[in-house]
Design a protein. Structure first.
Length: 277
């Protein structure tokens, strides 16, 4: 089988995108491992599969797969890449698209400057929605071996996020603390862990250690989660720029409304790979 793909990125968060609108396609764990491998395959953080709409209320479905074979319900950077992919492939000329993942329905708006604005929906903070096995609170504290007391906020944008405030994001123990928090039984489905440094009321820096992928150069849903957690604590204004290692995203949110995320997405190259049928 010859598998055609497009390599894309949004702020350095990179993807292999596959068009499955004409014929059903579900990647096997072995194929996902090959596609995501940066030495023996194509190399990417996640694989996105674009599908024909399963409902008349949306334009397309899309599925998001990690290197370990797990499927996730949200990817903010991937959704921007999806909008550009659909336009460039000629799958739709609509400037606004409604798409559906395993857990989330989103609206994507192609901007005149080439960037994409994504309606990420309403944040969910309740422990049951994360899920988090702790009583409801604005912030939560756990004792972790080697780290002592760790305080964090949580939000769900189709996938779960814990957000820790740090003084210096460059010095934060992203991998070690990320792994430790992900392993806690209080997060029965694991969790994406964000490390947020607030610079001023309209600017913050963020690093994210993702489930099934490790630290990525950018995480769109993680940026949204960090933004709303900081907003709930009165640390950021209604509009702010979050600087990630791969680029910047612009966020806006008023309580009771959907979060809007705007940023770039680019095609790197197209290619094909041979794979046993």
């Amino acid at each position: 089988m010859t598998l055609h793909f497009t390599k894309m990125h949004g702020c350095g968060n990179d993807f292999v995108v596959i068009d499955a609108t004409a014929a059903a396609f579900v990647p096997t764990p072995a194929l996902l491992q090959r596609l995501t491998d940066r030495r023996f395959g194509v190399g990417c953080d996640q694989v996105l599969v674009v599908q024909a709409a399963s409902s008349p209320e949306v334009d397309f479905d899309y599925r998001i797969f990690n290197a370990d074979g797990s499927e996730v319900g949200q990817c903010g950077n991937g959704s921007r890449a999806l909008a550009v992919f659909i336009r460039e492939r000629g799958l739709s000329a609509k400037p606004q698209l409604a798409v559906q993942t395993a857990t989330t329905r989103m609206t994507l708006q192609l901007q005149a400057d080439g960037e994409v604005q994504v309606d990420m929906g309403m944040p969910r903070f309740a422990p049951a929605d994360i899920p988090l096995a702790l009583p409801p609170a604005e912030t939560y504290t756990l004792t972790l071996d080697g780290f002592g007391l760790v305080t964090f906020g949580v939000a769900n944008f189709g996938n779960p996020h814990a957000v820790l405030l740090v003084d210096d994001v460059d010095a934060a123990p992203v991998e070690t603390l990320g792994v430790a928090l992900q392993a806690r039984a209080e997060f029965p489905e694991s969790v994406n862990v964000g490390f947020l440094q607030v610079v001023d009321r309209s600017h913050a820096k963020l690093r994210v250690y993702e489930r099934g992928a490790g630290e990525t150069l950018a995480c769109g849903s993680g940026a949204c989660a960090a933004f709303v957690v900081a907003r709930e604590q009165g640390l950021l204004d209604e509009q702010a720029t979050l600087e990630l290692r791969g680029g910047a995203l612009r966020l806006q949110w008023k309580t009771g409304q959907a979060v809007l995320m705007t940023g770039p997405a680019e095609i790197v190259y197209t290619g094909k790979i041979e794979w046993p049928s």
